[in-house]
Design a protein around this ligand. Structure first.
Ligand SMILES: [Zn+2]
Length: 563
């Protein structure tokens, strides 16, 4: 195995130093190599290729080899020589025949126009090769501009479009390319690659560490070689991946405190939430495969034993639930400002199946409700469909202290107007109550209660019964979650034991106009961005997941802070 001649400094990553320079040096991806090498040899190159596959499987490397083979001064059977001036220039990245573009950062229409303009100019070699990485990240306008060029490509130009997400590449572009799929490398291929690299680089790395690096690679040559880099630098792979033993142990035991402290330990060790989520999903997937189809699982050695044991202990149903939950959470984490919290909530849910059932049931009910509302179906009481705006305008003129017995307003089934003895005397008027509630009571509440109340309005005070209005049924069904904290804070302020009644007033629904009664001020605590999430949408989408997560989080860990 030959090292890339331009990078012998010993600092360059192994992945770069030992990047294959010819088709014959490629590991795995035989089907791709065969197709491309054959096309070069028989002069049947197409103008656009789509290379898809997981990261680190050789898409860009292969594109460069293709460029070399096309422009090589001494090609052999469709492969590059890797030593002629053209090949060396491509290796060094100085060749004018190869243009590389990362569509993730250069995705504008201007970037594409620049490429297109360049494509029509001459090139020193026979072929000009454009490598567009992460092509699914192009903007719509850039895609449209690009498509025109693909429809009538300049005769000497080859486009290689690389992507990890081929389904995100528009069909019009996809259909104008020859699609070659890159696969994860199997453990044997990675192992032989790492052995060769170790020997060629003269690294003192033992077999066990090499195996660990193969395992960490999870099918990606780049990841396996980075792991080998770490082993060579630090002498161990301990830092090369998060160790989930404690997390899995607590998950298996249903220990929510244990699972959180294990997760936090990993976080403090420097792993970011996405890395943790992805690695955990990877381990759970291995557990799942080891239960269902052990031949397909690629965990090896000790890992295989450990994950297999865990899977057997947890059982298939729980393993699947864990895998699904973490997988879903990973997706939600990508668009969340507080990904760590989502991961925490997911793990706690998994240790508390009863919590999960509640949420699932709640989500199911709300989905049904929202579907009926969306379809214009009249929903039977006590569920209330949001009325049209004009009704809302009328409702807003209703003065605050009056409970409107309108049809839109439904008493909550949870309302318990049972009077209990006051802790101490001190009935107050509604105005004073309202003022002290906003100034003194709200700040004492948990963050989730504050967020909840930001969507609610104080409507009336009748003896010891406090009536609130909320804009939707879905919010009302969550009201009981905050009641005990609310009762405590009220008691502290007024020395009274209050009961609550929650009304649904769809007219309050999130318009620019203020709700009839003054909603409570934004909570004074610094609360990052979570308050911006609308609380009234409890569809099973990302927002609802995070809103629910927030409530659950605070319920399970009162006073928990975001990370
Ligand atoms: Zn050459």
């Amino acid at each position: 195995m030959a090292e890339t001649p331009t990078s012998l400094d010993g600092v360059t990553s192994l992945y770069r130093r030992f990047r294959p320079g010819r088709f014959v040096e490629m590991r795995g991806q035989e089907h791709v190599v065969r197709a491309l090498q054959g096309a070069v040899e028989k002069d049947r190159i197409v103008h656009a290729y789509l290379f898809s596959g997981p990261r680190g499987t050789g898409k860009t490397t292969t594109a460069r080899i293709l460029a070399k083979a096309l422009n090589c001064e001494n090609p052999v059977a469709g492969d590059a020589c890797n030593v002629c001036a053209s090949c060396l220039a491509i290796t060094r990245g100085t060749s004018l025949d190869v243009v590389e573009l990362d569509a993730a950062s250069n995705n504008s229409v201007d970037d594409i126009r620049e490429i297109i303009a360049g494509a029509w100019t001459g090139t020193p070699g026979r072929w000009k090769v454009y490598i567009v990485d992460e092509v699914h990240m192009l903007t719509k306008a850039a895609e449209a501009a690009f498509l025109k060029t693909l429809e009538e490509p300049p005769p000497h130009v080859v486009f290689v479009l690389a992507t990890t997400d081929p389904h995100k590449v528009v069909a019009t572009i996809r259909s104008r390319t020859q699609h070659l799929e890159f696969r994860l490398l199997d453990a044997a291929t990675l192992s032989s690659l790492l052995h060769d690299v170790r020997d060629a680089a003269g690294l003192g790395v033992d077999e066990a560490s090499l195996d660990a690096a193969v395992r960490l690679g999870r099918g990606s040559a780049r990841d396996a070689l980075s792991a080998l880099d770490q082993v060579a630098a630090t002498g161990s792979v301990a830092a090369a991946r998060p160790v989930f033993d404690a997390v899995l142990l607590s998950l298996g035991a249903g220990d929510s405190v244990g699972v959180l402290s294990a997760l936090h330990q990993l976080h403090h060790d420097g792993w970011d939430p996405e890395q943790l989520g992805e690695s955990l999903a990877g381990e759970l997937r291995q557990c799942f495969l080891l239960l269902v189809a052990p031949d397909v699982a690629d965990a090896m050695g000790e890992d295989r034993e450990r994950l297999s044991t865990w899977g057997q202990g947890a059982g298939l149903a729980k393993t699947v639930r864990c895998l699904e939950t973490i997988g879903r959470t990973l997706r939600e984490m990508k668009s969340s400002p507080v990904p760590m919290m989502l991961l925490e909530v997911a793990l706690v849910r998994l240790t508390k199946p009863e919590l999960d059932r509640e949420v699932a049931a709640l989500e199911e009910r709300l989905t049904k409700l929202e579907r009926s509302v969306a379809n214009g179906v009249t929903v039977p009481a006590p569920v209330v469909a949001p009325p049209a705006r004009p009704i809302g305008a009328v409702q807003r003129t209703v003065s605050a202290p009056v409970v409107t017995p309108a049809a839109e307003v439904t008493p909550a089934p949870t309302a318990a107007p049972v009077a209990t003895a006051p802790v101490a005397a001190g009935p107050v008027g509604f105005d004073e109550f309202q003022q002290r509630f906003a100034a003194k009571v709200v700040p004492r509440l948990s963050r989730s209660a504050q967020i909840f109340l930001a969507s609610a309005a104080l409507r009336s005070l009748d003896g010891q019964v406090v009536t609130f209005a909320v804009p939707s049924e879905s919010l009302r069904s969550n009201a009981e979650r905050i009641q005990s904290g609310l009762r405590g804070a009220l008691e502290h302020e007024f020395q009274m034991n209050y009961q609550f009644q929650w009304l649904v007033d769809a007219a309050m629904d999130t318009g620019p106009a203020p709700a009839p009664a003054a909603p409570f001020a934004t909570p004074p605590r610094p609360t990052a961005t979570v308050e911006e999430e609308p609380m009234e949408t409890f569809t099973p989408n990302d927002e609802s997941a995070s809103s629910l997560s927030m409530l659950l989080m605070n319920e399970v860990f009162p006073g928990a802070e975001e990370l």
